[in-house]
Ligand binder design. Structure first.
Ligand code: SAH
Length: 205
């Protein structure tokens, strides 16, 4: 994939992350008008007015998440499914939630066509997390919240890591890494990013 060469220069140096991104063909996740641009390091429009993230941002978020082979991972914001597919190469099982049923269904079909069997897709409001599968070793939010949602913090295992863009949707947001320790939460600011907003409730499509 053409952008894999660009990832290193943008700070994605973790070998396991680079290998995972080499294995997952982004072209399987971009349909329609922009399909021919899937191999560029750019965010692109997908259905339901949403976006597939820029590959270098996917790489940096995945690297910050530091997924271990036995980890149970929760993603909020399935979108195209690309980020979840990358995570599926690194952890034991990935649960991914989107509020748009259409996106969840399409992503599920893509995972099936690629033979990715360790991803579970759920249509729902991800700001509530997935209590029935909690706690999670890793949580990644790919839509911007004003604050890290409380239910997600509560569903993070001790020693676990969450990566979440924080800030208003129409301004520059900050990517935050949260680590749950024995005594509370430690926050590290990573970089400026721009994501679509985390919206409460299930969408009508
Ligand atoms: N990770 C995706 C890109 C996500 S775009 C990829 O790799 O393609 C952000 C997604 O978050 C959108 O699909 C949007 O529908 C979803 N979203 C926004 N608010 C949500 C919520 N409360 N619960 C679940 N999904 C949400």
């Amino acid at each position: 994939m053409r952008f894999v060469y660009a990832l290193r220069s943008k700070g994605v140096t973790d070998k396991r992350v680079l290998t995972a991104m080499e294995r997952i063909d982004r072209r399987a996740f971009v349909r329609g008008l922009f399909a021919h641009r899937a191999e560029e390091d750019m965010p692109l429009p997908i259905a339901c007015g949403q976006t597939i993230s820029q590959p270098s941002v996917v790489g940096l978020m995945t690297q910050a998440l530091d997924v271990q082979p036995r980890n149970k991972v929760l993603e909020i914001g399935t979108g195209s499914g690309y980020q979840a597919a990358v995570l599926s190469q690194l952890g034991r099982r990935v649960y991914t939630i989107d509020r748009h049923r259409r996106l969840a269904r399409e992503a599920e079909a893509t995972f099936e066509s690629l033979g990715l069997t360790n991803i579970t897709v759920i249509t729902g409001d991800g700001s509530r997390g997935l209590p029935e599968q909690a706690p999670f070793d890793r949580i990644i939010v790919t839509a911007a919240a004003e604050d890290p949602p409380g239910p997600l913090l509560a569903q993070l295992r001790e020693g676990g890591i969450m990566v979440v863009p924080v800030g208003q949707s129409d301004t520059v947001q900050r990517l935050i890494r949260v680590e749950r320790t024995a005594s509370g939460f430690e926050y590290t600011e990573l970089r400026a990013v721009r994501f679509v907003p985390l919206v409460e409730g299930i969408a009508g499509d």
